[in-house]
Design a protein around this ligand. Structure first.
Ligand code: ADP
Ligand code: MG
Length: 399
């Protein structure tokens, strides 16, 4: 990866205005923030800049207001939660550009923190309108992007601004980029990828990219059914995208050409109804699934074989659960393999990077999220990175 500037490259920022793009798209229920992970992620960057005497102006979007102001999506809602997490006073500024922002900067002292209004209240944000970026930049001295989760969008606050001011990656962005680089950009080999989840169709580009990059591709979840069916296995009533058989065969051919071994389960956990601990639960060989049964998890023999694969690898990248992990006992394979990966990481033999909304939930469920080398909460941006794409918000930071 080409080098990007970080906060280590900052000169004296005392009294300067730092425009800091963060992720404050927080889950809110009945007016209360229910999860402050994203605030915590932004904390190191905010403190570092504030403690160096910068006036820190936070830029962020919230929801999808589609270019118009509305009271339900004002970032004023998150100010209380941010103050609580930071333990510092935070000013709210109901604009992103213009005189109101300028006057607020006049009131702020070096080291003070303010949150500007939801960037998506202005149509120029998502349109990446140079006029909006210019107006925002006019009040700042430096730009820091600490929101990897928004870096797959070329918006005024994620991309446009980076070209108008000296631009730096924040600490959270830096950590994410370093982890991703270590996992796929320039990894220690052999590399294994686990790809699971519901559907092949949502991760086609991920699969196509990974087979050219990794040594072992482990397929689980509903998408394993689609792979098995494409190979002529009768998967009964399982979730399966039969129409994708030609695409799957193409991916398998690409894998073979690239020297990537694709691992499909050879035993599976099945049931006739999708419910917790159903009476019809059984484990069988993939060739023994009955017409009225569904595959809901990877079987225990396959999990052991997959654990042995991980033991031979130095790097693991994981997206998507191996089974319908929200319902017991279909969490067993995901939990078992995640614990193996966690143990290998603790021993120092594996670098493990995982991401994806349900994947993070599954790793938390297995109690191992903290043992992985890095867990990305970036969602869409993480998947686009797994597809091998350039993320505009990242490219704009490259020195
Ligand atoms: P992520 O959010 O980590 O990218 P996905 O959204 O692609 O993951 O997939 C997660 C979903 O896949 C979960 O809700 C899980 O229940 C479902 N899933 C996994 N295996 C199966 C299966 N065999 N049959 C049906 N659904 C499955
Ligand atoms: Mg999901």
């Amino acid at each position: 990866m080409t080098k990007f500037r970080t906060l280590d490259d900052l000169g004296d920022v005392s009294g300067k205005v730092a425009l800091v793009r963060v992720d404050l798209n927080l889950p809110i229920q009945d007016g209360a923030v229910t999860d402050d992970t994203r605030i915590r992620a932004a904390m190191p960057t905010i403190f570092e800049l504030a403690d160096k005497g910068a006036k820190v102006l936070l830029l962020a979007h919230f929801g999808r207001p589609r270019g118009a102001r509305n009271s339900e999506q004002s970032l004023s809602m998150v100010v209380g939660a941010v103050q609580e997490v930071l333990g510092r006073e935070v000013m709210f500024v109901p604009e992103v550009a213009g005189d109101v922002v300028k006057q607020s900067i006049g009131i702020l002292r070096p080291g003070d923190i303010a949150i500007l209004e939801n960037t998506r209240f202005w149509p120029g944000e998502e349109a990446n309108d140079p006029a909006l970026a210019k107006a925002i930049a006019a009040n700042g001295d430096i730009y820091i992007n600490d929101a990897f989760s928004a870096a797959h969008r070329a918006h005024a606050s994620t991309e446009g601004l980076a070209h108008l001011l000296p631009a730096y990656a924040g600490r959270s962005m830096q950590a994410e980029l370093e982890a991703l680089e270590q996992a796929l950009g320039n990894p220690e080999r052999p590399v294994a990828a686990v790809v699971g989840g519901a559907k092949v169709s949502s991760k086609l580009d991920v699969l196509k990219h990974l087979v050219t990059q990794v040594d072992h591709l482990i397929i689980g979840g509903g998408m394993a059914n689609t792979f098995l069916a494409a190979r002529g296995v009768d998967v009964g009533k399982s979730l399966c995208e039969h129409e994708l058989a030609p695409t799957v065969l193409e991916i398998l051919a690409m894998a073979e050409k690239s020297g990537c071994t694709v691992h499909l389960p050879y035993d599976v956990v099945v049931a006739r109804e999708f419910a917790a601990n159903p009476a019809s639960l059984r484990t069988c060989n993939v060739h023994e699934v009955a017409a009225d049964e569904m595959i809901l998890d990877v079987g225990p023999i396959a999990v052991e074989a997959l654990a042995d694969v991980l033991k031979t690898c130095r790097t693991l990248v994981w997206n998507g659960p191996l089974g319908a992990f929200e319902t017991e006992p279909f969490d067993a394979a995901t939990v078992a393999l995640a614990r193996t990966a966690a143990a290998l990481t603790r021993e120092g033999s594996l670098i493990s990077v995982a991401g994806g909304g349900d994947t993070v939930a599954a790793l938390n469920h297995a109690g191992v999220a903290d043992d992985f080398s890095y867990v990305s909460t970036a969602g869409g941006a993480f998947l686009e990175w797994m597809e091998g794409r350039d993320l505009p918000g990242v490219s704009a930071l490259l020195a």
